[in-house]
Design a protein around this ligand. Structure first.
Ligand code: ADP
Length: 242
């Protein structure tokens, strides 16, 4: 029975590995195809000068997209191998949260959203400041992106039971259906692949997987509550030092 369980676990991780490789290759294929077409257009002797620049600009955008993808893949690969250098030190969360809010407010204005930070209770955690910033910056843009104009995005930092601190991002956006909810933290998962790709701004579906890894590496938890058409709340719980 022990052997069977071990084999089943091995089979499951092999399956996951195969799917991951297939998904990653597939995601790289699209920008590469676009990139090739752009460069060909720029090089074609009959292409007018102005169009060459347009093509090259688009090529740079695709390169940036691919670089982002490779960066995310590297992060996850290192995390899987357990050779990720987290530089943990006692850090205050309030300045990071205020900073992220500032960025979100600017992005929110462009997107016609109201961004607020009604509650901030500072806390010290033993953490990697750069990774925690990355974590918040993975959650907040999602809230902005999946909330239509006129909506609200609210962040809070609050103490829970004296030994934990919660960072929550609440939006009044599209929400996630109950059927989809179990998959949101899976790599490459997107609620609506067609929509994500068509809007170009859509990501690769790796942000939440990375966010979850960062939280777990800090001994915390990341959870989500959501209702389709109503909005979502993503909550990070971290052990508090002070
Ligand atoms: P992406 O780069 O596609 O946003 P994520 O891993 O960050 O990747 O998110 C995975 C998917 O979860 C998204 O494509 C989206 O369908 C869904 N999602 C994430 N955050 C939200 C949110 N705040 N509201 C609605 N859907 C969300």
């Amino acid at each position: 029975e022990t052997l069977n369980r071990m084999i089943a676990r091995l089979q499951a991780s092999l399956r996951a590995l195969r799917r991951f490789t297939a998904d990653a290759s597939h995601e790289l294929q699209t920008p590469l195809t676009v990139l090739r077409a752009d460069v060909e257009r720029a090089m074609h002797p009959t292409t007018p000068q102005a169009d060459r620049f347009v093509a090259l600009e688009e090529a740079i955008q695709e390169i940036t997209r691919m670089a982002d993808l490779v960066d995310s893949l590297l992060t996850l690969a290192r995390a899987d191998e357990g050779r990720f250098d987290l530089h943990r030190a006692p850090i205050h969360l309030e300045p990071i949260v205020r900073d992220v809010t500032e960025t979100a407010t600017i992005l929110g204005e462009d997107a016609g959203l109201v961004v607020t930070l009604p509650l901030v209770e500072d806390a010290v955690v033993l953490g990697d400041a750069a990774r925690l910033r990355q974590l918040f910056l993975n959650l907040v843009p999602n809230a902005l992106q999946y909330t239509p104009r006129g909506g609200k995005v609210e962040m809070t930092l609050s103490h829970r039971n004296n030994n934990a601190v919660a960072f929550a991002v609440r939006d009044t956006g599209l929400g996630i259906s109950a059927a989809d909810l179990p998959y949101v933290f899976e790599r490459f998962w997107r609620a609506d692949r067609v929509r994500s790709r068509a809007t170009e701004r859509g990501g690769f579906g790796l942000g939440l997987a990375i966010a979850q890894w960062i939280v777990q590496a800090h001994g915390g938890t990341l959870s989500v509550q959501s209702r389709l058409g109503r909005g979502s709340v993503f909550t990070v719980l971290l052990p508090m030092l002070v």
